[in-house]
Design a protein around this ligand. Structure first.
Ligand code: KIV
Ligand code: ZN
Length: 385
C-alpha cells in the first residue's frame, strides 16, 4: 500500500470562514481531536495575521505531540520569523510559505513578473529553512498556472530546500483530469529529489474531492483537507470523503493513518464549535448519509446491507444505519420496525396497519415509534410491556 499523508487545515483555511472563528481553547480541542484521528500534519494557523492566531499556534504546539504542527506564511521574511517563533514548542514543525504563480496573481496581486516571483519563492524557502528542516511551499493558484512555468517554480523551490510542494487549485477551477494531468506533468518534468507533491483543492465547482483523488492517482502523496469540508467560499476538500474513498477502494493501493472510527465525533465537534451545520445529505457525516427511506432500498438493506451501503456506518463512528419510515417505505420496513418494538402481526393485520401507516405518512413528515405503536393500538403496546 502507498501511504498518503493527511494535512488538515481545518484550523487555518477552515477557520477563515466568516463566523467560524474559534478561541484558543476551542482550537486546542479541535487539534486534539485531529491528533486522535491520526492526521499527519495540523495547519494550526497564520501566526503573523493576529496575536490570537500566534498564541493559538503556540498553545497547540504545546498541547499536541504526535502530528507535525504547521504555520502558514506569505513569502515575506517577517511572516517566516513570526511563524518560526510561534512553532518553538512544537515537537515536529513545518513552515508553509508561498506565493501566487498564476498570471493573474503575478500581475494583479504582485504587479510583478514570472522571473521575480521565482526569485521571491526561492528566497522565502531558503529563509524558512534557516529556522526549520521541514518547509512546504505553496504555488497559490497553481490550478490556473501554466504547467511549464509551474514546473520551473517547483524545481526552483525544491532546489532551495522545500520538502513538500503544494499545488493548490485555489479557485476550485480545475476539472479532475486537468488537475491530475498537472500533477503528472510535475512528476514527469521536475527532479523532486525527496520532496513530495501535495493537493490542496477548493470546492467552488463541487470537484474538490474528485480533484484530490485525481492528484493522488497521478503521484501526489499528501492531501490537504478540512473536517466537514469547511473553508474559504464553498470550502475545501473534506477529510472524511477522501479518507473513506481510499478505505473503500483498497484495491487502488492507498492508505492513510486516519482512525476512521473517530470521524463522526470530529465532525460533530467542528460543526458545533464553529457553529457551522453539516448539510443533511453531506457524504459520510451528513444526517442522511446512512439513512434509507425508499421502500425498494429499505427492503434491500433489510435483506442484506450490502445492497445499498458501501460503507459500514460503524467504520466512521456512527452506531448504525437508519431505516426512516416515510410514505415511500414498504411493508418490509414497517414489519422490521414493529418487530424491533416487540410487535408481531399476522400478514393480514400487517396489511391493515400498513394502509393506516401510509395514510398517516402522507400527512406527517416524521413517523416515530410512538406513532407506530398508536397505529397498532393500545393492546399491542401492553403486549410489548
Ligand atoms: O487555497 C490556497 O491556495 C491556500 C494557500 C494559502 C495554501 O489556501
Ligand atoms: Zn486554500
Amino acid at each position: 500500500m502507498e501511504r498518503i499523508y493527511v494535512f488538515d487545515t481545518t484550523l487555518r483555511d477552515g477557520e477563515q470562514v466568516p463566523g467560524c472563528q474559534l478561541n484558543t481553547i476551542e482550537k486546542i480541542q479541535v487539534a486534539q481531536a485531529l491528533e486522535l484521528l491520526g492526521v499527519d500534519v495540523i495547519e494550526a494557523g497564520f501566526p503573523v495575521s493576529s496575536p490570537g492566531d500566534f498564541n493559538s499556534v503556540v498553545e497547540i504546539s504545546k498541547a499536541v505531540t504526535w502530528p507535525t504542527i504547521c504555520a502558514l506564511t506569505r513569502a515575506v521574511e517577517k511572516d517566516i520569523e513570526v511563524a518560526a517563533e510561534a512553532l518553538k514548542y512544537a515537537k515536529r514543525k513545518r513552515i508553509h510559505t508561498g506565493i501566487g504563480t498564476s498570471d493573474s496573481h503575478i500581475k494583479y496581486k504582485f504587479n510583478s513578473n514570472r522571473e521575480e516571483i521565482i526569485e521571491r519563492a526561492v528566497k522565502a524557502v531558503k529563509y524558512a529553512r534557516r529556522f526549520v528542516d521541514d518547509v512546504e511551499f505553496y504555488a497559490e493558484d497553481a490550478g490556473r498556472t501554466d504547467n511549464e512555468y509551474l514546473a520551473r517554480v517547483v524545481q526552483a523551490v525544491v532546489n532551495a530546500g522545500a520538502t513538500v510542494v503544494n499545488i493548490p487549485d485555489t479557485t476550485g477551477y480545475c476539472f479532475p483530469d486537468e488537475y491530475g494531468a498537472k500533477i503528472k506533468y510535475l512528476i514527469d518534468n521536475v527532479d523532486l529529489k525527496d520532496a513530495i507533491l501535495s493537493t490542496h483543492c477548493h470546492q467552488d465547482l463541487g470537484m474538490a474531492t474528485a480533484n484530490t483523488i485525481s492528484g493522488v492517482l497521478n503521484g501526489a502523496r499528501q492531501v490537504e483537507v478540512t473536517v466537514n469540508g469547511i473553508g474559504e467560499r464553498a470550502g475545501n476538500t473534506s477529510l472524511e470523503e477522501v479518507v473513506m474513498a481510499f478505505k473503500s477502494h483498497k484495491d487502488r493501493g492507498f492508505e492513510t493513518n486516519i482512525n476512521t472510527q473517530h470521524i463522526y465525533s470530529a465532525s460533530r465537534m467542528v460543526s458545533s464549535l464553529m457553529n457551522m451545520p453539516v448539510q443533511p445529505n453531506k457524504a459520510i457525516v451528513g444526517r442522511n448519509a446512512f439513512a434509507h427511506s425508499s421502500g425498494i432500498h429499505q427492503d434491500g438493506v433489510l435483506k442484506n446491507v450490502e445492497t445499498y451501503e458501501i460503507i459500514n456506518p460503524k467504520d466512521v463512528g456512527i452506531d448504525d444505519n437508519a431505516i426512516v419510515l416515510t410514505a415511500r417505505s414498504g411493508r418490509a420496513a414497517l414489519k422490521n420496525r414493529l418487530s424491533s418494538l416487540g410487535v408481531k402481526l399476522e400478514p393480514q393485520e400487517l396489511d391493515e396497519i400498513y394502509q393506516k401507516f401510509l395514510e398517516m405518512a402522507d400527512k406527517k413528515k416524521n413517523i416515530n415509534d410512538d406513532d407506530i405503536l398508536m397505529l397498532v393500538g393500545k393492546d399491542a403496546r401492553l403486549d410489548r410491556i
